[in-house]
Write a protein of this length. Sequence first.
Lengths: 154, 307
Amino acid sequence: MKAPKELKVKPIKNGTVIDHIKANKALSVLRILGLPSQETAVTIAMNVQSSQMGSKDIVKIEGREIAPKELDKIALIAPKATINIIRDYEIVDKGQVSLLDEINNILKCQNPNCITNTQEPVITRFHITRKGQVTLRCYYCERIMYEDEIESQL
Amino acid sequence: MVLSQKDIISIKDFSKKDIIETLKLAEKMEPIARSREKCDVLSGKILGALFYEPSTRTRLSFEAAMQRLGGGVIGFAEAGVSSATKGENINDTVRIVAEYTDALVIRHDMEGTARYVAGLVDIPVINAGDGAGQHPTQTLLDLYTMQRLLGEIDELHVALVGDLKYGRTVHSLAYALAKFDVKMSFVAPKELQMPDEILHDLSSLGINVNETDDIHDVLNYADVLYVTRIQKERFPDPQEYSKIKGAYLINAKLLENSHAIVMHPLPRVDEISHDVDNTPYGKYFEQAFYGVPVRMALLKSLINNKI
Ligand SMILES: [Zn+2]
């Protein structure tokens, strides 16, 4: 058998690697980060075997160091994600994501009668009311959103 | 009294202390509300009443409250006479009206509207009902009625009767009562019982709750029967509806051996028989009146803290 010519996920020279994303959630992670955008190269690996998680997704973002505050937003759907900042093929910073108390402008409220689902100039705001099994409450209409509803409201 | 919030949006924002202080001040307002004393503490102040959804009773109650304190009211009373139908958004309307006024009261059929408006303007905003959402001044007047007529809220046994599943009034009231040391009974057909989420919240607050579908279970014990309407639309089968309706009808005969007062957020249709109106049990008209001193207390403390 021939040896594989390419690695599953190519190393990046500079940028951000998000590892230990829950399997099949990589696309939602990118969505939260507003990626892909025109000038940013993104590599995704989905359902990769992981000793810790069974299977996981990995996202590599070339040429961009994403700010920790920005990255914390992905804790909504990838609470165990780990972050590596890469410079010249070396990991210069490692970290984890932590769930913020408030999630702004990311999720839609699933209450069709909520003021945020009108033409009014208003961004959505949710407060995290429970971590672990994440539960959020719309700041405006007070409707509760449960963990399994989050992805469909991105 | 100084409230800990700038706006009155949801009863959940109220601490027990805020509630108690508001009820205390409402009691001081009562002689003025009854025209036995004069007051002009809000003289020269204007309340903007933005009723995108009509509710005559609530609007008149706010207008009476403002005028009893010497203030004036401007506004509109349904979407048809405002710019709402011409497509001007709420944002623009409230920012303009806020320039003319000292406080806003708003009613709208979209949930969260009052919270949204409170973030747009610097003056105080009072929520007079937002769709299926919150109506905090109703809850406060409900509490005031109980305290006023029964002496104290602590130790009361309050039975909420009727549609407990969809009724926002009873949801807010249950949360507010949970701040006190009360017993609650939820009397409703199984299809319309209190949502699990609320039951869960109440039990985690250590509240003793009794659920039943038979009003006779509570007649001997309850101090308050808080009755809400069971709507026909909740039952696809008209026969089933009339059976249920009959089982929850409150009339004078039913109340004979009870000591409870009967309350209702109004308007009622036929869930309380007219023969209750003039008995010592029927307190819903007094309850409606108590909306005035409660709203006076809120207006005064929001607009003018000086006295
Ligand atoms: Zn909402």
